[in-house]
Design a protein around this ligand. Structure first.
Ligand code: C2O
Ligand code: CU
Length: 518
């Protein structure tokens, strides 16, 4: 059995509950027409743009294509392609041989314009996950464009240095589109970060973790378990790193910065080094921590990022260590399997000490929240019609409820409560699910977790891996758990989203608007 396959037990559990596999896309790629950039006129285009000069201009398109992932037939994928139209050439960095979109490298303070052209045969839109941008640039599903259309994004990079990402966000189709390959990293740097002397260049490695399933012709399989995949979330049986199935990291005996993104649709990882070395964390979703922190293992839910500082200087040449997933007690957590094998191959002597302090952070104070005595709360549960819901509601494209309106400038406490069994009597739903809750348009602080007795034992198997220090845009809420977050609504008014980042749950409607009013 391949080392990166999940255990047989996990696999059987996956295939045992459903029928045959459905091909994601059985059609041949069509001939694409060339689009000329920048367009001479924006007439008839969807745009949030001005006509002024910006620091970086990028043409981005979503296309159908093929990549070699497995030996034999190439795999049909959907992918992002980009080129720099003006600004620094390294603003777009292709990952060779990967279906993943290119890495966008931008600096805090830069103004960015992106011409996104949809060359898929269905509607789509791009969301800049984690970024604090105006609503017109946030990729809300109501802004989705049809095949052949272009949407122009324009925003200033206001966020802290860190690891962010981009992916599609059309309603009901985010799961399949991201699964087909549409996702990429967006890295922000700033002066504070560059002054730290963290490992850079070849020693600063993106590690995008995803799970996929392939049929006998090497084609991606999605939704083969029908309703079950929708209800629970899609799980693959193979782990891919940066879009590659046999990825192994060759390192020198020196420190590295590894930027981990869980780009999976619904799989949660409990990551640890197989030799027991603790993990040193530099950053979370919203950038650098104040100081590095250590964990025995890291819990990484879909959409979450964590940056690790890993020192291989005491490892022997020829030795290996593996980042593995440890078993835990929640959906997808049944077994131990390999995630990232590392081979130590070259001897070097480099002095690159781990900085003691990483960043100066001005925290918000929960006591100053306008609703500190009665947090805005959201119950995550299975609602009527067998749909995951937020306070009993599912997604509505243009509407908000009264209790989903916040005021510009306010600091608020929100509480997500994962109702342990959602009132369901159905046998298969007895395994209640964790929900990674994402809020668009800002970074928040995680200020409190509490779990009830029904959820405690499962919760214990993942709780020590949360890195609640730092800024977050996605937080895992386990069955029976309540998590409080602290959010400040700044700079922009309008309609943003909050939703579960289990993409199958999101597509089913476990997503709502919230509105920031002036
Ligand atoms: Cu990464 Cu609304 O999502
Ligand atoms: Cu969910």
């Amino acid at each position: 059995m391949r080392s990166k396959e999940l255990s047989r037990r996990d696999f059987l559990r996956l295939v045992g509950i459903g029928g045959g596999a459905a091909l994601l896309n059985a059609c041949a790629p069509r001939v694409l027409t060339e689009t000329v950039f920048p367009p001479t006129s924006t007439a008839g285009m969807n745009t949030a743009a001005t006509s002024g000069a910006v620091d970086v201009e990028i043409a981005l398109k979503a296309v159908e294509g093929e990549v070699q992932i497995l030996p034999g037939n190439a795999t049909r994928v959907w992918r992002y392609q980009a080129e720099v139209l003006s600004g620094p050439a390294d603003a777009v960095q292709v990952i060779p041989g990967s279906y993943l979109g290119p890495i966008f490298n931008v600096k805090r303070g830069q103004t960015i314009r992106i011409y996104f052209t949809n060359e898929l045969r269905e509607s789509s839109i791009v969301h800049w996950h984690g970024l604090h941008v105006p609503v017109e640039a946030d990729g809300h599903p109501r802004l989705a464009i049809e095949s052949g259309e272009t949407y122009i994004y324009e925003f200033t990079v206001l966020d802290r240095a860190g690891t962010y990402w981009y992916h599609p966000h059309p309603h009901g189709r985010t799961g399949p589109q991201a699964y087909a390959g549409l996702a990429g990293l967006l890295l922000i740097s700033d002066d504070e970060e560059s002054g730290l002397g963290l490992p850079s260049g070849d020693y600063d490695m993106p590690i995008v973790i995803q799970d996929r399933r392939f049929d006998n012709n090497n084609q991606l399989v999605y939704g083969g378990n029908g309703m079950m995949d929708q209800m629970m979330g899609f799980l693959g049986d193979q782990i891919l790193i940066n879009g590659q199935i046999d990825f192994s990291l060759s390192v020198e005996t020196r420190p590295y910065r590894l930027r981990l993104l869980n780009g999976s649709n619904s799989r949660i990882y409990k990551l640890a080094w197989d030799d027991g070395t603790p993990l040193t964390v530099l950053a979370t979703d919203g950038g650098l921590l104040e100081k590095p922190v250590e964990r025995e293992y890291i819990t990484l839910a879909p959409a979450q990022r964590v940056e690790l500082w890993v020192d291989f200087s005491k490892d022997e040449i020829g030795s290996e260590r593996n980042l593995v997933n440890l078993p835990f007690d929640a959906y997808g957590g049944g077994s131990e399997y390999q995630v990232l094998p590392v081979k130590v191959e070259k001897d070097v002597t480099v002095s690159a000490p781990l900085p003691e302090t990483l960043s100066n952070i001005t925290w918000q104070d929960a006591d100053k929240a306008v609703n500190r005595r009665s947090p805005r709360d959201f119950t995550l549960a299975m609602g009527g019609g067998m749909q995951w819901s937020l306070n009993g509601r599912t997604f509505e494209m243009n509407d908000v409820a009264k209790d989903e309106i916040v005021k510009l400038g306010d600091l608020e406490v929100w509480e997500f409560k994962n109702q342990a069994n959602g009132g369901m009597g159905m046998g298969m739903m007895n395994e209640t699910l964790p929900h990674p809750m994402h809020v668009h348009g800002l970074q928040y602080q995680v200020i409190e977790r509490e779990v009830d007795s029904s959820g405690r034992s499962a919760w214990e198997t993942l709780k020590d891996g949360h890195v609640d220090e730092g800024w977050h845009d996605t937080v895992l809420v386990m069955p029976g758990e309540r998590v409080k977050i602290l959010l400040k609504f700044e700079d922009f008014t309008g309609l943003y989203l909050y939703h579960c980042h289990n993409l199958e749950h999101e597509d089913m409607g476990m997503m709502r608007n919230y509105r920031v009013d002036a």
